[in-house]
Design a protein around this ligand. Structure first.
Ligand code: ZN
Length: 162
C-alpha cells in the first residue's frame, strides 16, 4: 500500500491509500478518485513535503486558527484610565503640587467617600458639624451642589506613587 497526498483543482488536499503507484494512475485516469470536499475528480498528486512556509498552497482551506489570546486582564475603569493618562502627560511640578494638595486635604479633612454631596449638604444646612470634608461625587451632584450655593472645590485626584 502506498499513501498519496492528492489535490483537486480547487486546491483541496486529502490523503488516499492505493495498492501501488500504477493503481493510483489507473484510478486517476478513469476519474475514480473524487475530492472528499467538492467531489472534483480531476485530481493530481500533491507533494508530501511538510506544508511550511510560503510555497504551500492551502487552496480553499480555512487559514490556521490564530493562537487563542490570553484572557484579558481586568481593566481599570474609564475614569481611572483617564486619570492615569492625565497624570502621565502632566508636568512633574504640577503632579507634585497636586500630590501635595492631596496630602493636605487628607491631613485636614474627613474622607466621606461617595457620600460627599450628601455630607456637604448637611454641613451647609447646619445638620452636621462644620468641617472640611473630601470625597468623590458625580458631575450631576457637583452641579446640584453648585446650584445650591454650597462651597466646594474640585481637583484632580491623582494616584500616589505614579
Ligand atoms: Zn476539492
Amino acid at each position: 500500500m502506498i499513501l498519496y497526498r492528492l489535490r483537486c483543482r480547487k486546491g483541496h488536499e486529502f490523503d488516499s491509500w492505493f495498492k501501488d503507484s500504477k493503481a493510483y494512475e489507473r484510478q486517476e485516469k478513469r476519474s475514480l478518485i473524487g475530492c472528499p470536499s467538492c467531489g472534483d475528480s480531476k485530481i493530481e498528486r500533491a507533494l508530501m513535503a511538510p506544508r511550511i512556509g510560503k510555497g504551500s498552497k492551502r487552496g480553499a482551506e480555512p487559514p490556521p486558527e490564530a493562537p487563542a489570546a490570553p484572557a484579558p486582564a481586568p481593566q481599570p475603569s474609564p475614569q481611572e484610565q483617564q486619570m492615569a493618562a492625565l497624570t502621565r502627560e502632566m508636568p512633574k511640578e504640577l503632579r507634585e503640587a497636586l500630590l501635595q494638595v492631596r496630602a493636605e486635604v487628607e491631613k485636614n479633612c474627613e474622607h466621606v467617600g461617595g457620600n460627599f454631596a450628601e455630607e456637604a449638604r448637611k454641613i451647609h444646612y447646619g445638620e452636621s458639624g462644620k468641617r472640611g470634608i473630601y470625597g468623590e461625587t458625580s458631575d450631576e451632584e457637583a452641579e446640584a451642589l453648585a446650584e445650591e450655593g454650597i462651597e466646594f472645590g474640585r481637583l484632580p485626584w491623582i494616584p500616589r506613587g505614579n
